[in-house]
Design a protein around this ligand. Structure first.
Ligand code: ADP
Ligand code: MG
Length: 338
């Protein structure tokens, strides 16, 4: 976790000088187990309006965390998990929407993204002190409890139901993106003309800086702390990066990280960093996790077949794969490793 804070801070350290002059209004808070930074152009708005909007945008993100955290026993998501195999749970519209979006990404990626990875996440505990290598029997058992097709969303009744006992939803691969989408729509509604909402590596950009200048983004280099892989001007878009360098442990020279392939029950192999750019942040977030799981061959084919998403990926051999505006960009070299 600590390590992740450091990386989020580094990405922002890059954004800071690029914003220059200090005329933008910026605040950072700790939410969802990470740092959230909101930066906005002041435009012609009174200071009070700007501050109020940013405060309420943070509140949106905090609300998503309260509703959907698996670390909070009182969250609606925890209740859905406790009621697995027992009964549907009535939820707020935001939970319904995120679960629906997550299932949609799961279907579109053939289950590479699967929001029911909960039992595998609980087993590996990667990112916590108790992280350890499970036995293959444990992995097999947990894998049987992963299947997004067992989740029923009843829109008119506003309920979510997991059909099988022991199964569990985990929205860690999509909730940060969803939260930044919500925060940006609130800022827009309040009349702000430009800003950045960064929930760790899930960053949504809108409008421009004061004076109409574009926002700039830096993508974290997966093997050089503080280094950048690439820079770009995203425009009105979201960028999400999933990497194997944020939450992991090493054992016998092998890196075990937090993105799990539901097909094997093991940390996904083949890619070390995946950045997805798309209009919406929930989609960039869900797909960066999904492409990571797919591995280089399938992920590249998927990105090429979906021009609405653009991808920048690094393989474990250090090869860079790029589509859309990432292709033809200046990309830093990555040294091969494990
Ligand atoms: P981060 O949370 O570090 O920004 P991601 O967006 O890639 O990175 O999400 C990783 C999180 O998603 C994991 O911590 C876990 O909660 C969840 N997750 C892991 N593997 C999968 C998967 N195959 N499908 C959906 N969610 C996953
Ligand atoms: Mg993700």
């Amino acid at each position: 976790m600590r390590k992740k804070y450091f990386i989020a801070a580094l990405i922002l350290a890059f954004l800071l000088p690029s914003c220059g002059g200090g005329e933008e209004y910026r605040k950072t808070r700790e939410i969802m187990g990470t740092y959230v930074t909101i930066t906005v152009a002041r435009g012609e708005l009174p200071e009070m309006v700007v501050r109020g909007a940013v405060r309420d945008a943070f509140e949106e993100i905090e609300r998503v965390d309260r509703l959907m955290s698996t670390y909070k026993p009182e969250s609606q998501l925890s209740e859905i998990n406790r009621q697995a195999g027992i009964a549907p749970v009535k939820v707020d519209p935001e939970v319904l929407e995120t679960v629906r979006d997550a299932l949609d990404v799961a279907r579109r990626t053939d289950g590479a993204f699967d929001p029911t990875v909960g039992p595998l996440i609980r087993l590996w505990k990667i990112g916590s002190e108790e992280a350890r290598l499970p036995t293959s029997a444990e992995i097999e058992k947990a894998k049987e409890l992963v299947d997004y097709r067992q989740v029923v969303v009843d829109e008119p009744a506003s309920t979510v139901y997991i059909k099988k006992k022991g199964m569990a939803l985990d929205l860690g691969g999509i909730a940060k993106g969803y939260a930044s989408d919500l925060a940006v729509s609130l800022l827009r509604k309040r009349g702000l003309t430009g800003g950045i909402v960064a929930v760790a590596g899930d960053i949504k950009f809108f409008g421009t800086r004061d004076g109409g200048r574009p926002w700039k983004a830096g993508i974290q280099h997966p093997r050089r702390e503080g280094g950048l892989l690439a820079r770009l001007e995203p425009g009105d878009a979201a960028i999400s990066t999933s990497g194997d360098y944020e939450r992991y442990f090493m054992k016998d020279g092998v890196r075990y990280h937090h993105i799990i392939d539901p097909a094997t029950g093991l940390p996904a192999r083949g890619l070390i960093s995946v950045t997805v750019l798309s209009k919406e942040s929930y989609l960039a977030d869900g797909l960066s996790t999904a492409l990571f799981v797919m591995g280089p061959v399938r992920a590249l084919a998927f990105a090429r077949a979906h021009p609405e998403v653009e991808a920048l990926m690094v393989t474990s051999e250090g090869r860079v794969l790029a589509t859309g505006r990432f292709s033809g960009m200046d990309i830093e070299a990555v040294e091969a490793d494990n």
